[in-house]
Design a protein around this ligand. Structure first.
Ligand code: 13P
Ligand code: SF4
Length: 314
């Protein structure tokens, strides 16, 4: 019987049926809606998702995240079909760094090692020496000989944080994440005063005025690990709040407060790009095997080098 003739109990049932039919794997980032996280085969941070995209037996990778993440899956698994529920799921960091401008920027700093955050396009990866994620950036930068000069792009806040941590004087590209710059220092202090038993945990894409109040700073997966291992019962979470879904699964009896924006309680820290993916679009993309991520072979080969260097050093 064709799938359109079948009666499904609900959309989850339909997605699972299509997934089996197409021999697909669903990969999801922690910032996706709860229902997408729950139906995924694997939920992770950028680094874990890259590794999972490289090693799996599926014919089709459905990437529930943003476009640069799906591109990484295609670059690392070029023989597989990689689809993304909404092709417009971009990223403000990726947008801030266009290849024409980046090439010009690089020309101003010859003889610099080009270290680039994974939140960038395949074109930028092809122009980079090493890709990093927030979970391996410090280790990878520390592995670069001290006499080598470094350009870091595109996130200036993560860059500043890494300059402090590694004591390396890096040249920074002027980009930022529209989600992590929305937190308000003033409101965060007010929330902490009202909850003096809470620990502040933050993603390093936050600006310095937020990071300086944090008890712990790390990638999405290390924030989760911290919540799991720390003895505190309450956390103020300064990153995209959909990650709290996994925190509640890991530690259901702990309390999680979303770090506030300027008006004290907006939901402006939701990533508008991640939110473009919905269960309906996930079903439709599995049904149609589209929108598909297509990258020219030559670009795949050039972008793969910097990604492979990262995977080797991680
Ligand atoms: P992670 O690698 O920590 O999951 O971060 C990805 C991201 O886009 C954060 O905004
Ligand atoms: Fe990009 Fe920020 Fe969204 Fe992450 S949270 S995908 S960095 S816009």
């Amino acid at each position: 019987m064709g799938i359109l003739e079948k009666n499904f109990i609900n959309i989850e049932d339909e997605i699972l049926h299509l997934k089996r039919e197409k021999n697909a794997i669903i990969l999801a980032h922690y910032y996706q809606d709860e229902d997408i996280q729950d139906i995924a085969d694997f939920v992770g941070d950028s680094l874990d998702l890259s590794k999972k995209a490289e090693k799996n037996d599926a014919d089709v990778i459905v990437f529930c995240g943003v476009k640069f993440m799906a591109e990484v899956a295609k670059i690392l698994s070029p023989s597989k079909k990689v689809i993304l529920p909404d092709i417009n799921a971009g990223c403000s960091l990726e947008e801030s760094c266009q290849v024409k401008d980046f090439k010009k920027f690089k020309r101003n700093y010859p003889n610099h090692k080009v270290v680039t955050y994974i939140n960038c396009s395949a074109d930028i990866k092809a122009e980079s020496d090493i890709i990093v994620t927030s979970s391996n950036a410090e280790k990878i930068i520390n592995s670069i000989p001290e006499d080598e000069k470094i350009i870091f792009a595109p996130d200036k806040h993560l860059g500043n944080y890494l300059v402090k941590k590694t004591k390396r004087d890096m040249v920074l590209w002027d980009g930022s994440c529209i989600v992590h710059i929305t937190f308000s220092e003033r409101e965060l202090i007010k929330l902490r005063v009202r909850n003096d038993d809470a620990k502040i945990i933050a993603h390093p894409e936050c600006p310095e005025d937020i990071l300086k109040h944090a008890d712990f700073i790390g990638s999405t997966s290390s924030l989760l690990k911290f919540v799991n291992q720390d003895s505190s019962q309450k956390f103020i979470v300064a990153t995209e709040p959909h990650i709290i879904h996994q925190m509640k699964k890991l530690e259901p009896n702990k309390e999680y407060l979303i770090a506030p924006g300027v008006d004290g309680n907006c939901s402006c820290s939701n990533c508008p790009f991640m939110e473009l993916n919905t269960m309906e679009k996930l079903r439709d993309c599995l049904k149609n095997l589209s929108p598909e991520i297509l990258i020219e072979n030559e670009l795949i080969l050039r972008a793969k080098k910097s990604l492979n260097t990262m995977l080797k050093l991680s």
